[in-house]
Design a protein around this ligand. Structure first.
Ligand code: AMP
Ligand code: MN
Ligand code: MN
Ligand code: MN
Length: 278
């Protein structure tokens, strides 16, 4: 079961990716993915299209989402795997979570204007496939288009992050809410790319315990955001806290993402795959 090429984390134009759900399904299939999930940020608009496209190709599909969460003053992401996209509690929770992205975008643009970058709101919006889901990624693409930065990676070093121009703090869902909505929709909650968070060891321990207490089940071990060293580090964490383990590229775009769909190493054989629950 661990040897299945499962990719349970990626983004389409419905959030901040650049491919349609259909094109992503095609790409995943061509790259050998056997079990796939589209996990757009805070939105389920691509789920039906992704499922239909996957199943037409003969690829297994699990409903997915990546929820923005505020915890201890930082933003973390909780992925829901195997969710029912028709679930009303999840739909309403995500709608609430998305609210405020436009106002935040306006504020980001005002800040950028102060450092001499005009028209960022309209500019970012042109990159957004879904105007309800205006993301920092869309602002990053605008800054690259304007030759202010050479890549979106570069943008996230000099802009849009805490302490840099264009960063606007935001309160997202709570950890408990995110897990509750995912569970209500029949899914399993997974901590996304844990290696990216800047918490102390003590805070991380608290996060894992609070997540388990809320009914969370899994953690991403093999993700496009982790280095090979972090695969080992989070495999140990999965063992220590008895988490199910997940694997996902976090693919957004062929020129921005280092890791393509389905190309990551397989899940280590001693871990319990999150997909064994479905
Ligand atoms: P938002 O939900 O609007 O705050 O945007 C978050 C998105 O920005 C993430 O899902 C990533 O796609 C992108 N992002 C955030 N931080 C980075 C980073 N350091 N490098 C590259 N992309 C990032
Ligand atoms: Mn993203
Ligand atoms: Mn994420
Ligand atoms: Mn993601």
């Amino acid at each position: 079961m661990n040897s299945i090429n499962a990719d349970l984390h990626c983004h389409s134009v419905v959030s901040d990716g650049t491919l349609t759900p259909e094109a992503l399904a095609q790409r995943a299939y061509q790259n050998g993915v056997e079990l796939w999930s589209l996990t757009d940020h805070d939105v389920l608009g691509g789920q039906q299209r992704a499922k239909v496209a996957a199943e037409q190709l003969g690829m297994k599909y699990l409903g997915g989402v990546e929820i923005s969460v505020s915890w201890m003053g930082q933003t973390i992401h909780i992925v829901g795997v195997g969710i029912d996209p028709e679930n009303l509690m999840l739909i309403e929770g995500l709608r609430k979570t998305r609210d405020g992205r436009s106002a935040r975008g306006q504020e980001m643009a005002s800040q950028l204007e102060l450092v001499g970058i005009a028209g960022a709101y309209e500019g970012a919006l042109r990159f957004a496939g879904n105007h309800e889901l205006l993301s920092r990624t869309h602002f990053a693409r605008f800054l690259v288009e304007k030759n202010i930065c050479k890549s979106t990676d570069d943008v996230f070093k000099h802009y849009l992050i805490e302490g840099k121009p264009g960063y606007v703090g935001h309160i997202w869902a709570t950890l408990q809410e995110s897990v509750e909505w995912i569970k209500a929709a029949g899914g399993a909650a997974v901590i996304a790319h844990p290696g990216r968070y800047r918490f102390t060891e003590l805070q991380k321990d608290e996060l894992y315990k609070a997540f388990l207490a809320a009914g969370g089940l899994g953690i991403e071990v093999i993700t496009g955001s982790h280095s090979p060293h972090q695969y080992e580090e989070y495999a140990k964490i999965a063992k220590k806290y008895d988490f199910y383990a997940s694997r996902g590229s976090d693919f957004h775009d062929s020129s921005e993402s280092y890791i393509d769909l389905g190309h990551l190493p397989l899940l280590p054989s001693h871990l319990k795959p999150i997909w064994s629950l479905f």
